[in-house]
Write a protein that binds this ligand. Structure first.
Ligand SMILES: *Cc1c(COP(=O)(O)O)cnc(C)c1O
Length: 332
C-alpha cells in the first residue's frame, strides 16, 4: 500500500505496542491466547483511535487552506475530544455539534470528555436532538463561520470517510510489520464497529497487506444487518482511494450486533464485567461506550469457543477511558 500520495500530519510518533494479556487469557480458561494492540496509547489528549484518522483528515483540511475545524459526535465523544486536541496543537479553531442521542443526558457542566472539550479550547458547542441530520447541522455552522470570514472544514462524525479510514489501513500495515518482527502469528483480530472507519480501514489493510487474518467487528450501536452494509461501502471507497487492487469481498466484513445491549452508550452488565476484568487482570482501562462492549463481545466469543483452542486473538484497544468518569454510578 502506498500512503505517500496523501498528506499526513505525523501525529503517531511511532508504533503502538502489541502486548500479551496472559492474566486475562488465564482468567477466561486459558484456551486462547489474547493480545492487545494499545491504540489507547496513541498521542493526542487521552489517546485513542481518532488520532490515526485525524492524521489524514486534518492534513487534508490544512492543505485546503482551512483555519477552522467543525465536527460532530455524541455528548461524550472521544472523536470530538481528539479533534479539539489536534486543532489546538495546529492552531485551528474547533467547533462542535453534539448529538444528544439519549434524551436529557447532556449536562452543561458534565464530566468526562464533555469537560475536556472546554479545557481543550473548543470555541462553540451546539447540542442538537438525537436523530438530527448531523451533516446538515455542521453545514449550518460552516455557513455561519464563512459569513464571519472563517475558512471552515468539516470532519465527518468519527472522521469516518475514506480519508480517515486510511489511518486504519495504515494501522493494519503497522501491525503486520510488528507481528513479523515479533514472529507472532495472529489468527483473529477483534475491532469496534461504530462510525465504521476503524473496522473498514482494518479490513482494507488486511487485504492490502495480504495478511489473511479475519477481522471481527463488534457493533456498539446497531444490529449487524444494519451495520455491515455501511462498513462494506466505506471499505470499498477506501480501497478505491488507496488503489488496493481486486476490491474487497463482501464476506470480509463481519459484524456482531448482540453486544450493543440496551443501545448506544447505554450500559450493559457484560460491559461492566469486561471493564472490571480488564482493569483487575491487565491494568488496562476500557470505556463504557465502545471498548467495554467490544471486550464484552471478545469475552463472550472466547467463552463460547468461537475461536479454536490455541488461537492467538488480538483485541484492538481504541481508547475512550475519559468517559469512565461520566459513568461512576454504573460501576459503583
Ligand atoms: C470512535 C471510537 C470507536 C469506534 O470507531 P469507529 O471508527 O467510529 O467505528 C471505538 N472506540 C473508541 C474509544 C472510540 O472513540
Amino acid at each position: 500500500m502506498n500512503f505517500t500520495k496523501f498528506p499526513r500530519r505525523g501525529y503517531l510518533q511511532g508504533e503502538t505496542p502489541i502486548e500479551p494479556m496472559k492474566n486475562l487469557s488465564k482468567a477466561l480458561g486459558g484456551k486462547v491466547n489474547l493480545y492487545v494492540k494499545r491504540d489507547d496509547l496513541l498521542p493526542g489528549a487521552s489517546g485513542g483511535n481518532k488520532t490515526r484518522k485525524l492524521d489524514f483528515c486534518i492534513a487534508d483540511a490544512i492543505e485546503k487552506g482551512a483555519d477552522t475545524i467543525i465536527t460532530c459526535g455524541a455528548i461524550q465523544s472521544n472523536h470530538c475530544r481528539l479533534t479539539a486536541s489536534w486543532a489546538a496543537k495546529e492552531g485551528l479553531e474547533c467547533h462542535l455539534v453534539l448529538e444528544e442521542r439519549v434524551k436529557g443526558s447532556y449536562k452543561e457542566d458534565g464530566s468526562g470528555n464533555n469537560f475536556l472539550f472546554e479545557l481543550l479550547g473548543v470555541k462553540t458547542k451546539r447540542v442538537v436532538e438525537g436523530g438530527s441530520n448531523m451533516m446538515a447541522e455542521m453545514e449550518k455552522t460552516a455557513a455561519e463561520l464563512k459569513a464571519a470570514g472563517k475558512k471552515p472544514y468539516i470532519v465527518p462524525g468519527g472522521a469516518s470517510n475514506a480519508i480517515g479510514a486510511l489511518g486504519y489501513a495504515a494501522c493494519a500495515e503497522e501491525m503486520m510489520n510488528q507481528l513479523n518482527t515479533m514472529g507472532l502469528t495472529i489468527d483473529h483480530v477483534v475491532v469496534p464497529s461504530g462510525s465504521a472507519g476503524t473496522h473498514a480501514g482494518m479490513v482494507v489493510g488486511m487485504v492490502g497487506t495480504n495478511a489473511g487474518i479475519p477481522v471481527h467487528g463488534i457493533d456498539v450501536s446497531k444490529p449487524a444487518a444494519d451495520q455491515e452494509p455501511g462498513v462494506y461501502k466505506l471499505a470499498e471507497e477506501t480501497a478505491e482511494l488507496l488503489g488496493v487492487k481486486g476490491g474487497i469481498e463482501r464476506d470480509a466484513v463481519k459484524c456482531y450486533g448482540e453486544y450493543v445491549g440496551p443501545g448506544y452508550s447505554l450500559p450493559s452488565d457484560a460491559m461492566v464485567e469486561a471493564v472490571k476484568l480488564f482493569a483487575a487482570e491487565e491494568a488496562i482501562l476500557l470505556d463504557p461506550v465502545y471498548t467495554g462492549k467490544v471486550a464484552a463481545g471478545l469475552i463472550d466469543l472466547v467463552r463460547k469457543g468461537a475461536f479454536a483452542e490455541g488461537s492467538n486473538v488480538l483485541f484492538l484497544h481504541t481508547g475512550g477511558s475519559p468517559a469512565l468518569y461520566a459513568y461512576l454510578d454504573t460501576f459503583r
